[in-house]
Design a protein around this ligand. Structure first.
Ligand code: FES
Length: 171
């Protein structure tokens, strides 16, 4: 029965769109709870992701609060989807730009999301001030430094500037 339901969803573009919106809404909720230090059942697991920004597999259809132009990523913290990032401890994976961003006590830091172990770029979690690549379990602190292998190299850090509610990352 479950297989039939999934097939039906995939064949209905409206349902797929709703499903995508529900996912993005959930991702935003996860960010909010993460910012507040709350772990939801199942969301604190090694499989959790926190994806923000435009979907790299679809044409832009809405203002996500994150724009990407070449090597420059701009985050508008006044938007519903991104406002949670203004809270210390909040983080996001901007999948379309292969970038991790984290708010460390009011200072934003950004890193490549391409893991230095074997290149996974989407399997990220962040808790207790550590990024975990759930592909194989490598951990990096909030300065991008390896604290647990199998990775042996730090994450490349990008420069970040903030002007009031606009955060700009330069890759
Ligand atoms: Fe990240 Fe292996 S690719 S731990």
């Amino acid at each position: 029965m479950k297989t039939q339901d999934t097939t039906a969803l995939r064949s209905d573009s409206n349902a797929a769109d709703i499903s995508r919106k529900a996912f993005l809404k959930t991702a935003g909720s996860v960010a909010l709870f993460a910012a507040l230090g709350i772990t939801l059942p199942g969301c604190g697991s090694e499989d959790a992701e926190n994806i923000m920004g435009p979907d790299p597999e679809e044409p832009p259809s809405q203002d996500t609060g994150i724009s990407i132009s070449g090597n420059t990523i701009t985050i508008d913290l006044t938007k519903d989807d991104t406002s949670s990032l203004a809270t210390s401890g909040a983080w996001a994976l901007i999948a379309a730009a292969q970038t991790l961003v984290v708010n460390v006590e009011g200072t934003f830091r950004a890193f490549t999301s391409v893991c230095t172990h074997s290149g996974c770029d989407r399997q990220w979690n962040y808790s207790n001030q550590l990024f975990t690549c759930t592909c194989h379990g490598s951990r990096f602190n909030n300065r991008g430094e390896v604290v647990q292998g199998p990775a042996t190299r730090d994450l490349t850090e990008f420069s970040v500037t903030r002007n009031n509610n606009v955060v700009t990352i330069q890759k």
